[in-house]
Write a protein that binds this ligand. Structure first.
Ligand code: NAD
Length: 363
């Protein structure tokens, strides 16, 4: 069993982490034919029904899958609160024994849909790592609690998330350099996938110089050719000489080993849990690298889907709501600069202030 930074976890560590979770409940189910375990973690529903994505992944152990659900559900509480949307924090993990396709995948999604339906709206969901809009259509046929279904079709959150990241990058540039222009700025995109691809297109349109990095080097090369960028190998990512590092792949790429190597001025990307430990935020701050807290900058897909759930379907309005991530981050950067600290602390206080409005009955 491993933690987010890849270190091995003992059974005692696992127990401690479960005991340390301050959430509300976890619903567990199993699909017998594929031996897929399902964990739906509801972390905090003070603000409203829990809302979060559904991740499908093969873990080394079931404990890893459970911990992932707990950690990600907590992250969702702060994501909604950080951007001021009155939903609770929750997340679902479908821990598979192998990559599932065809009928076996369909069976798991149907079973998951029935589980979701049994919660009668206490948890609402959408795509996450390992699930697709097509998967969500199958789930939504079993339960009407899938977000991002617009006019009967399932929507891809990636482009909305990328739009939010772009707004966040501009806010970070403004805070760090006094101008939000991307003209001539170099941006390393690590992970050229569902978010990384539309982000690369938008950055190229805005005049940025792209450096592409992906474990799939053909994909990185193809996108670099298409948009006029260069490629860096994953092993050399941390030392790349760029203005902005945009992590858009896996978590924990900002860690005690990489922080001393980073040559960028800004870390701003879509990946969840970018910091291996909370101290890495302070390490970045000490090095003068501005960090855009992940759960705010990557909330674009969540905001768009949340607004769709609340009845907003007009494209331009959805885009404006997502772009407001830039304003939110500008406030976070300002508060952090005034306190001479990492923006993670200002973001955390902002989320807690929002959650406290429910406790005082004013939300
Ligand atoms: P994706 O699976 O579509 O793309 C990820 C890409 O990263 C793939 O091309 C993969 O080959 C590459 N990759 C994996 N490990 C890598 C590594 N170590 N170095 C370089 N490249 C690597 O995923 P996505 O939907 O684009 O999401 C990317 C990140 O953003 C994830 O952390 C996800 O949780 C987060 N996120 C995504 C959304 C969304 O709307 N899709 C929303 C919020 C957060």
């Amino acid at each position: 069993m491993r933690d987010v930074a890849g270190a091995r976890l003992t059974t005692d560590d696992l127990t401690r982490r479960i005991e340390g979770w301050r959430g509300e409940s976890v619903v567990v189910a199993r699909e017998p034919e594929t031996d897929t375990w399902m964990f739906i973690a509801l972390h905090d529903t003070r603000m409203g029904p829990a809302v979060g994505g559904t991740r499908m992944k093969t873990y080394s152990t079931l404990g890893d899958g459970l911990l992932d659900a707990l950690r990600l559900a907590e992250g969702m509480t702060y994501k909604w609160a950080g951007v001021g949307i009155p939903f609770g924090g929750g997340k679902a993990v479908l821990a598979t024994r192998e990559t599932l396709t065809g009928d076996r995948r369909h069976r798991v999604l149907e079973r998951y849909g029935r589980l979701l339906g049994s919660l009668r709206g206490a948890f609402r969901t959408g795509v996450d790592l390992g699930t697709t809009p097509e998967d969500m259509k199958v789930v939504s046929d079993a339960a009407p609690y899938v977000m991002g279904i617009l006019h009967g079709h399932s929507t891809d959150p990636g482009p909305f998330t990328a739009l939010g990241v772009l707004a966040g990058i501009r806010a970070a540039l403004q805070s760090r350099f006094g101008t939000d222009s991307l003209e001539g700025r170099s941006v390393l995109i690590q992970g050229v996938g569902d978010v990384g691809q539309p982000l690369a297109e938008m950055l190229a349109d805005a005049g940025a110089r792209l450096v592409m990095c992906d474990t799939d080097e053909d994909t990185a090369g193809a996108w670099a050719d298409r948009l006029g960028g260069t490629v860096v190998a994953p092993a050399d990512m941390a030392g790349a000489d760029v203005d902005i590092y945009a992590p858009c792949a896996v978590g924990a790429t900002v860690n005690p080993e990489t922080v001393p190597l980073l040559r960028c001025h800004i870390v701003a990307g879509s990946a969840n849990n970018q910091l291996a430990t909370s101290e890495d935020a302070d390490r970045l701050h000490e090095r003068g690298i501005l960090y855009a807290p992940d759960y705010i900058i990557n909330a674009g897909g969540a905001i768009a889907f949340g607004r769709m759930q609340l009845g907003v379907t007009e494209g331009q309005q959805l885009r404006s709501e997502v772009e407001a991530i830039g304003d939110t981050l500008a406030e976070v950067f300002e508060e952090a600069a005034a306190a001479k600290e990492s923006p993670v602390h200002a973001a955390q206080r902002r989320a807690e202030r929002f959650l406290a409005t429910r406790e005082s009955g004013s939300a």
